[in-house]
Design a protein around this ligand. Structure first.
Ligand code: BGP
Length: 476
């Protein structure tokens, strides 16, 4: 098959970048924001992830939006912090929290930037956690509904693209790391009850968005890591399919088809799992028709057949940023994860595989036929300011360039992609590696050890991306 040197992007394609409240805002105790569980977790992970200052976007937001404008952004994906909007259980929203997002949204719109807003990106208020035992108790469904309805009512006149829960699939798969799991001993079974409650929260958010936001569109944001089979051995292919089911496909099927698929029903039966689906639940779910998928994708994985009598191995994330520390999981009889000799990795052992982006966009198009927007994709690296006061991030440019090229090919293949928002606009806190793992197009002058002047410094990737946007992707 022959392709043009550079694929063509649609005329109104949205070019921007991405962030999340707790990773970028800081100001955790200002203007009535209540503590969130992630504040406590991030303190536990110190010195790597204290989010009390982060990138201080809360105070720098105007300057940050000007930098976006200068780069030519037409979109910006960010999240609203639940603990800023509802700091307690009084049922009264915090006006100062609402004001902050009104100001940010107005600033974006005045500068020609379309907001794409995530409702929940890991920052559960402590009061919600206490009252409802995190996501374990169905009481959270009404609390979440109250919060999202307030967001739709307050911001829905200007925000038309909404994302419900960031990477619900990854929150279940990495329950401990992302703070959802409270009882590791019983998580193997509990996770499906918790997941069902999250599904009901997602469904109600979709319904409320359509009810309250004129012209509003809403979708889920799966964390996508496509699995390739290790070999042409048919059992490896089945293992890769099993891996995709248990890490992402059952969530995507649920969101798109509004029912649990056959694979997971059989899995529950075989493992004697009761997800606690109650009368009326699936009727509610049936009404929650999503409009698009947000897509977070950084890498790919490889699976091979796992003998039923092999030993169980829990996944071990690389938390040090020194290559070779990732521990591949093994789920006996289901799949074993293994390395990919065809691709390089980052310092955190994340596979660098831009072709995975094309593969996955085609996969999603073939399965669900829905529009998609890239809400995350990026290159995490150790970075410092050079002696010339600049950051020469060639590796990031290479990564983004190849990913954009593959997105262009996927669009030519027929995938309906309407925007690209790489992670991240400025440097911000990583989920577990603080400022040591940087993703930004713009450097933030701060470190995990010392808060410096937080100055914004454009990296080489910023200037490069500006040209890409100006040429609507032609100049990759
Ligand atoms: C995604 C999360 C983001 C972000 C990113 C990079 O899964 O949605 O919040 O942090 O991954 O991950 P990390 O910070 O662990 O490198």
């Amino acid at each position: 098959m022959h392709y043009k040197e550079n694929p063509t992007f649609p005329k109104d394609f949205l070019w921007g970048a991405s962030s999340a409240a707790w990773q970028v805002e800081g100001a955790v105790a200002e203007d009535g924001r209540a503590p969130a569980i992630i504040d406590l977790n991030s303190k536990k992970k110190k010195p790597y992830a204290d989010n009390s200052i982060a990138s201080d976007h809360y105070h720098f937001y105007k300057e940050d939006v000007q930098l976006m404008k200068e780069a030519g952004f037409t979109s910006y994906r960010f999240s609203i912090a639940w603990p800023r909007i509802y700091p307690d259980n009084s049922g009264v929203p915090n006006q100062l929290g609402i004001d902050f997002y009104n100001n940010l949204i107005d600033e974006l719109i005045d500068n020609g930037i379309t907001p794409i807003v995530t409702l929940y990106h890991y920052d559960m208020p402590v009061w919600v956690d206490k009252e409802f035992n995190g996501w374990y108790d169905r009481g959270i469904i009404d609390a979440f509904d109250q919060y999202v309805r307030t967001c739709f009512n307050e911001f829905g006149d200007r925000v038309k693209y909404w994302l419900a829960i960031n990477e619900q699939n990854m929150q279940i798969v990495y329950g401990d790391w992302l703070g959802v799991c409270k009882y590791p001993e019983t998580w193997f079974k509990d996770k499906w009850k918790v997941n069902h409650i999250m599904n009901l929260c997602h469904s109600k958010a979709v319904i409320a968005c359509h009810e309250l936001v004129e012209g509003g569109k809403i979708g889920p944001v799966p964390g996508m890591v496509p699995f390739y089979p290790e070999s042409a051995n048919p059992q490896d292919q089945i293992a890769a399919m099993n891996a995709e089911e248990l890490t992402e496909k059952i969530w995507n099927d649920f969101n798109a088809n509004r029912e649990y698929n056959g694979f997971i029903k059989r899995y529950w039966k075989e493992h004697d799992i009761d997800p606690d689906i109650r009368p009326g639940d699936m009727e509610l779910v049936a009404q929650a028709e999503i409009d698009f998928f947000g897509i977070n994708c950084y890498r790919s994985n490889v699976a091979k057949a796992s003998p039923a009598d092999s030993e169980y191995q829990e996944i071990g994330l690389n938390k040090s940023g020194e290559k070779g520390n990732f521990v591949y999981p093994n789920y006996p009889g289901i799949f074993e994860q293994t390395n990919n000799p065809f691709v390089e990795t980052t310092d955190w052992d994340w596979e660098i595989d831009p072709v995975a982006m094309r593969y996955l966009l085609r996969y999603m198009e073939d399965h669900y036929h829905l529009p998609m927007v890239i809400t995350e994709n990026g290159y995490g690296a150790h970075e410092t300011l050079g002696e010339d006061g600049k950051v020469h991030d060639e590796e990031r440019i290479k990564f983004l360039k190849e990913n954009i090229y593959q997105i262009g090919l996927a669009i030519e293949d027929g995938a309906k992609v309407f925007g690209y928002n790489p992670w991240s606009f400025t440097d911000l806190l990583s989920t577990g590696n603080g400022m040591a793992k940087r993703y930004g197009l713009v450097y933030i002058n701060t470190t995990d050890e010392d808060v410096l002047d937080l100055k914004r410094i454009k990296k080489d990737s910023y200037y490069w991306y500006k040209e890409v946007i100006a040429s609507n992707g032609a100049k990759v």
